[in-house]
Design a protein around this ligand. Structure first.
Ligand code: UDP
Length: 437
């Protein structure tokens, strides 16, 4: 039998990176390829547990060969995004990947192509040793890729220094077609996460190199959605949106088990009535902000589905305001992790209150759902501008003078988006545009 083309796929170990690459891998398998998907051991174990079907305790098969390598951290160390994790991976993973290459050759399963998340593009040095083709995968928007690749020019022009510090408070003129930007609104300036500036700058260097040495640059975006950025990064193959429904399959790559009971609950709600509230896999709120969300959702008086991850606040268990639980049974449904793509595709969706992670953004846009934007870090601020100013399919939630998004702000914006038929109609146009209608 002829050997199948063999792809080695390596994501960055975070939910928003693993899911789209897993979807891409499924599409490769559907096209007759063999895929070996390499996670860090920590993520690999989470994926395997979430693949267990609660009905029969059996592990669902994914059709992809899942393997793992160590990330170099001790078992008890924190795996949240940090400099420590990044440097530990860079020092540890290459030699384990080399072993995978050697094993594939001795098993007569030679790897033909490495598909690596651009943020772990240093893996291409290993691919190089084995003369393997390289595809760099970009899981965020094309515009953010264009901006990332433009950073060396900003340094050269003295707009920012080598450490990303803006040299003057001035408006930055980005390449033709991209909106001008205040130097203090750059990705690494707008995040409150510790070390985020150093992390993003490290990523930028890795991504720029990966984009140069890769044979292909693949992006989870769509030509029609970002035509200006497409012209700025003409080498990018834009293969989005990477949705499981497009291949009539189930989304895979979740780190936590999905609570599908919410789908039956959605079935009971009227068309275009439900607010879906989810802030991705890493957003964390202060207790005060968490309380305002709870009160705000109740104040609106409409049905809502809210994803409350166990680690969504700094508390061990998120604590709800007094009396809130009773209210929840009346209006809302809470889950720890939702089957988000199916939720967004449900006829009951009225709007999506989102942190504007790129996967959530492109899922919402592809499924025609109006968006309420509450960005938290990094590229999410840019995605908010894209949603609200370029596409006009969403509204911003604004912080008060204490840096809080109040219950009243939530109520006002949700009510506004409910009654704005034009936003819904534009959201539907964006959805059709992506289907080439
Ligand atoms: N997601 C999900 N269930 C949830 C919340 C999120 O399946 O309850 C998925 C969502 O569909 C998206 C990914 O998790 O594909 C989150 O990626 P995104 O880029 O939006 O945010 P991140 O987690 O990277 O901040």
């Amino acid at each position: 039998m002829a050997k199948l083309p063999h792809f080695l796929v390596v994501p960055f170990p975070a939910q928003g990176h693993v899911m789209p690459l897993m979807e891409f891998s499924h599409q490769l398998v559907d096209h007759g390829a063999k895929v070996t998907f390499v996670n860090t051991e920590y993520i690999h174990n989470m994926l395997l547990s979430s693949l267990v079907d609660p009905k029969d305790g059996q592990q669902r098969r994914s059709g992809i060969h899942l393997v793992s390598v160590p990330d170099g951290l001790d078992i008890e160390e924190d795996r949240k995004l940090s400099k420590n994790l990044i440097y530990s991976m860079m020092n540890t993973m290459p030699r384990h990947l080399e072993d995978l290459f050697k094993k594939s050759e001795s098993d007569d399963q030679k790897i033909d192509c490495v598909v690596a998340d651009a943020t772990v593009g240093w893996i291409f040095d290993v691919a190089d040793k084995f003369g393997t083709k390289r595809a760099a995968f970009w899981p965020a928007s094309l515009a953010v890729l264009a901006l990332t690749l433009h950073v060396p020019k900003l340094i050269e022009a003295g707009v920012i220094d080598e450490n990303g510090t803006p040299m003057k408070e001035e408006v930055i003129r980005l390449p033709h077609g991209m909106p001008d930007m205040n130097a203090f609104k750059l990705m690494w300036e707008s995040s409150s996460i510790p070390q985020m500036r150093e992390i993003i700058l490290k990523f930028i260097r890795t991504i720029s190199k990966a984009a140069t040495v890769a044979n292909w640059l693949i992006c989870n975006s769509i030509d029609e959605l970002e035509p200006i950025s497409r012209d700025l990064v003409p080498s990018s193959l834009n293969i989005g949106p990477l949705l499981a429904s497009d291949r009539l399959g189930q989304p895979t790559g979740h780190f936590w088990p999905e609570d599908s009971t919410c789908l039956a609950w959605l079935d009971q709600q009227p068309v275009h009535s439900v607010i879906y509230v989810a802030f991705g896999s890493t957003t964390i709120f202060t207790e005060c902000q968490f309380n305002e969300i709870a009160h705000g959702l109740e104040l609106v008086g409409k049905p809502y589905l809210w994803v409350v991850r166990p680690d969504i606040t700094h508390e061990l268990i998120p604590s709800f305001p007094d009396g809130f639980r009773d209210g929840v049974t009346h209006l809302g449904k809470l889950v720890a992790w939702a089957p988000q793509q199916k939720v967004l595709a449900h006829r009951s969706m009225a709007c999506f209150l989102t942190h504007c992670g790129w996967n959530s953004t492109i899922e919402g846009l592809s499924l025609g759902v109006p968006l309420l934007c509450w960005p938290y870090s990094a590229d999410q601020f840019h995605n908010q501008n894209f949603i609200c100013d370029t596409l006009n399919v969403g509204l911003r939630l604004n912080k008060d003078e204490n840096g809080i998004i109040t219950r009243d702000e939530i109520k006002v914006k949700v009510q506004k988006i409910y009654s704005d038929e034009q936003i819904r109609s534009r959201a539907n146009k964006v959805k059709d545009m992506q289907k080439g209608v």
